[in-house]
Design a binder for this molecule. Structure first.
Ligand code: MN
Ligand code: MN
Length: 468
């Protein structure tokens, strides 16, 4: 062995996914990403993602938990929480007390929510007030086509689904921005202050009703159209959940079609790949679970976030159905012996903004599934720091299954930071590691991911279900 070969044996080097793939795997990767783009277009809100997840799960043999009188290895079930969370499970051979394998991702994404009383008229235009959801750079949401998705109630108490701005013939909505010619004051402001939260108002109408005596005739016309189309009134907004999202469809990016560009890939890229993996599980050793939660972008709070009791309750019900009862000791044993891949996106090094990253400990688009031992900020605060034992276990499974992977943390020390659902899962008392797909332009209306990394995330979750 010469010196060069010896050094290669000693030193660590990341791999490029595309150099490792066979022609068949490349084809499988491209096909999977075509399917992924369809999923992204169909699921632009947490509710829509749950609907899509149910459709996909049922097509793959999953049935509602409640429909089963008893369970045996290989059975495929799902639980739904308030139309915004879903837990899929495939029952394993081993005793449930030996723990379960969970891949957890979130299906909420940064967006603009309508305020409860949003509609007003100003300067012969009708507008809707919004309150942004999650961490956004506000300037990115102006001067682009937006669609409205969500639910509202009619006066008769009927829930109607609203989705405007996605079909070719639909109108879209937008937030107007100031022309550069008159933006001297605005351009002098700091980027974060240039667009104010209270100026994220949506243009929804501009034509009054002919011959009307109503002063706010444009607003009147908007209400009239909404009433004719959906049977709703202005009061309906007060209980509605209506979300503004980019109306653009998911696209391939690059002349070689190597990337996916779309809204909401944080974290639907992990939700999709986790589902694809669990669909392929037949009879696993440990029970396999795919958990898709809401509210991660605002701290995992609320009854549909990771901090709710939904997951604990579903596991308890599962134990009860499998063993006839579920006491505290059994439940805690199951959790103690379980493990979770907390699957969320990481920040890919951006050639335009290299200085925000530390080269040696950041993730790169095209270098595979990213493992994050810890997240957090300012001295790892708020991190679930995975143990050496667990990281080693996961890495061994990845290597055994030829998964291309890399490790990372979120940017330079003290440059910012962030958290995921990992710390809340860890609080239950199980082993958790953050992992997922590196993203460029994270939290923007057009996030970019590398297809090789999407494919490797899918392979990683499949390996975890099979071998842990
Ligand atoms: Mn995320
Ligand atoms: Mn996020």
């Amino acid at each position: 062995m010469n010196e060069k070969e010896f050094y290669k044996k000693l030193a660590y080097k990341t791999k490029n996914v595309y150099e490792q793939l066979s022609a068949d795997e490349r084809r499988e990767m491209m096909d999977m990403c075509d399917e992924y783009r369809v999923f992204l277009d169909a699921g632009k809100t947490e509710r829509e993602c749950v609907n899509e997840a149910v459709k996909m799960a049922e097509a793959n043999g999953f049935v509602p938990f409640k429909s089963k009188d008893s369970l045996k290895p290989g059975d495929r079930i799902y639980f739904i929480n308030r139309k915004k969370n879903i837990l899929l499970a495939v029952i394993g051979e081993r005793d449930i007390e030996e723990g379960v394998n969970i891949v957890g991702a979130h299906i909420d994404s940064p967006r603009l929510d309508l305020k409860q009383n949003p509609l007003y008229q100003s300067k012969e235009m009708a507008l809707l007030k919004t309150h942004y959801y999650g961490g956004i750079k506000k300037y990115q949401w102006t001067a682009m086509p937006l669609a409205i998705h969500g639910v509202a109630y009619t006066k008769d108490g009927e829930q109607v689904e609203i989705c405007i701005g996605e079909r070719e013939e639909d109108p879209v909505f937008c937030i107007t921005d100031l022309l550069p010619h008159l933006a001297k004051d605005q351009m002098a402001k700091k980027l974060g202050d240039a667009i104010e939260g209270e100026s994220l108002n949506i243009l929804i109408g501009g034509m009054g009703i002919n011959g009307s005596d109503i002063d706010d005739s444009v607003k009147y016309n908007v209400l009239n159209i909404l009433n004719i189309t959906y049977g709703i009134t202005e009061e309906s907004f007060l209980s509605a959940e209506l979300e503004l999202v980019p109306s653009q469809k998911a696209k391939n990016v690059g002349i070689d079609n190597s990337f996916v560009g779309a809204y909401g890939q944080d974290d639907r890229v992990c939700a999709f790949t986790a589902m694809k993996s669990i669909f392929e599980v037949e009879i696993p050793q440990r029970t396999a679970m795919c958990l898709l939660v809401d509210k991660e972008e605002i701290g995992s709070t609320g009854n549909t976030g990771m901090l709710s009791k939904f997951f604990d309750m579903a596991v308890a019900e599962l134990i009860e159905k499998l063993t006839g009862k579920c006491d505290m000791v059994t439940y805690n044993r199951v959790i103690r012996n379980s493990a979770c891949m907390s699957s969320d996106v990481s920040a890919a090094v951006d050639p335009n903004y290299e200085s925000a990253f530390e080269r040696q400990n950041s993730s790169y688009a095209g270098r595979g599934m990213a493992l994050m031992k810890y997240t957090g900020s300012r001295g790892k605060s708020g991190a679930s720091d995975a143990s050496a034992e667990f990281v080693h276990e996961i890495v061994s499974i990845m290597n055994k299954n030829n998964v291309v992977w890399q490790t990372c943390e979120l940017g330079k020390v003290d440059q910012g930071g962030g958290g995921t659902i990992a710390m809340y899962v860890a609080n239950l008392n199980m082993d958790v590691i953050d992992c997922g797909v590196p993203v460029l332009s994270m939290h923007s209306p057009f996030e970019v991911t590398a297809k090789g990394d999407i494919y490797m995330a899918y392979k990683a979750y499949a390996a975890f279900y099979k071998d842990r």
